[in-house]
Design a protein around this ligand. Structure first.
Ligand SMILES: Nc1ncnc2c1ncn2[C@@H]1O[C@H](COP(=O)(O)OP(=O)(O)O)[C@@H](O)[C@H]1O
Ligand SMILES: [Mg+2]
Length: 341
């Protein structure tokens, strides 16, 4: 069982969700249910398993159900049908005190509009979660200082949110979410309001932190490039339904349908595809003969990093696994074909 298990979630908005639920279970889609009953389908039979320590991205157009999904994970909304568990514990069965403790201690949230408290300075914003938990001032300020420094804001402790740029405000948001050492970080379009360069910096920052922290991160975005860059796995939603779940390369190389394909069309494939997924595999027996004297590359190397090697040598390359055992070859032509899709 995975850390977060979401099973057959339906969420129907409107005065009589149960009636529309029967239609949805019978196979009616979002448009049909809206026209017949006036109810809006937020989520339609969504099941997902999210592993501890992974960065799991939920992607889809506006209105596809992304925020509805993440709001189920902190129980800002309850499903019309279905179940959700964290670490084997049914979160839908929690009473109010248990739910409050769950939110404070186990979840960290980062919002698109930063959600900082305007009348508190950076230190007091970052320390807020610990303050709510009753941590003594000295201890919470020590913890907050550490996180303020980690996100690159040392020296800004006494500034107020309106004295900071958007990127800096979101760094405060990230530090605040991490300060309580949550198991799970929920990030709903957290970087979507930022300018492209700042946004890219924040993505790098998050990935750097995650490489050390190994939090379970559920990250929502409408931007496939962002999803492919930071996601270990990506779930794609359309009209409340899950259309594909996969690693970035699976999404790009094997889009489940035209909807996903349309998203992947303009993706920079050199930043997504790795040697392993486009090489010609070789067997152990013929490896010695095939790979003699060829330049070598690692199986996990991105095409972006392989291209200079391919250009400098102009020959095929030997692909090595993490034990430096040859597992395949990659020719310049294979690279060109992969880049062209
Ligand atoms: N509180 C609500 N009441 C009625 N409809 C809602 C509510 N919240 C979301 N919806 C509808 O559910 C669908 C999914 O919305 P949402 O999860 O916000 O999408 P996204 O975050 O992907 O843009 C949309 O059709 C939206 O209009
Ligand atoms: Mg949303």
């Amino acid at each position: 069982m995975s850390y977060i298990e979401i099973r057959n979630i339906f969420k129907i908005f409107g005065p009589d969700p149960k009636s529309a639920l029967e239609l949805a279970k019978g196979g009616a889609d979002k448009d049909e249910i809206l026209s017949k009953t006036g109810h809006t389908v937020g989520l339609h039979d969504v099941s997902l398993s999210i592993e501890q320590g992974e960065t799991f991205v939920v992607m889809g157009l506006s209105g596809s159900g992304k925020s509805t999904l993440i709001r189920h994970l902190n129980r800002l909304i309850d499903p019309t049908a279905g179940s959700i568990s964290f670490g084997g514990e049914d979160i839908l069965a929690m009473d109010i005190p248990a739910l409050n403790a769950f939110r404070r201690k186990r979840l960290g949230m980062v919002f698109q509009r930063f959600g900082l408290l305007p009348h508190r300075n950076v230190m007091d914003n970052v320390a807020y979660g610990l303050e709510i938990q009753g941590t003594a001032r000295k201890d919470r300020e020590a913890a907050a200082s550490k996180w303020i420094e980690r996100v690159g804001l040392a020296g800004y402790e006494t500034k107020f949110p309106d004295q900071l740029s958007g990127g800096m405000q979101q760094r405060v948001g990230l530090a605040r979410a991490l300060a309580t050492d949550p198991e799970v970080l929920l990030m709903d379009e957290a970087f979507s309001a930022l300018d492209p360069l700042i946004r890219s910096d924040m993505q790098d920052e998050l990935m750097k932190l995650q490489a050390e922290l190994h939090k379970t991160i559920v990250f929502i975005t409408h931007d496939l490039d962002e999803a492919l860059k930071i996601g270990d796995r990506i779930a794609i939603l359309k009209d409340g339904k899950l259309v594909q779940v996969g690693r970035p390369e699976e999404i790009v190389l094997k889009p489940a349908n035209d909807y996903v394909q349309a998203f992947t069309h303009d993706v920079n494939r050199s930043r997504v595809l790795r040697a392993k997924s486009i090489m010609a595999p070789i067997s152990e027996t013929d490896s010695a003969a095939t790979t003699r004297d060829l330049p070598t590359i690692q199986a996990n190397a991105l095409l972006r990093d392989i291209l200079p090697i391919a250009l400098a040598n102009g020959t095929a390359m030997t692909v090595l696994d993490t034990n430096d055992t040859p597992i395949g070859t990659l020719s310049p032509q294979q690279i060109v074909d992969a880049l062209n899709g």
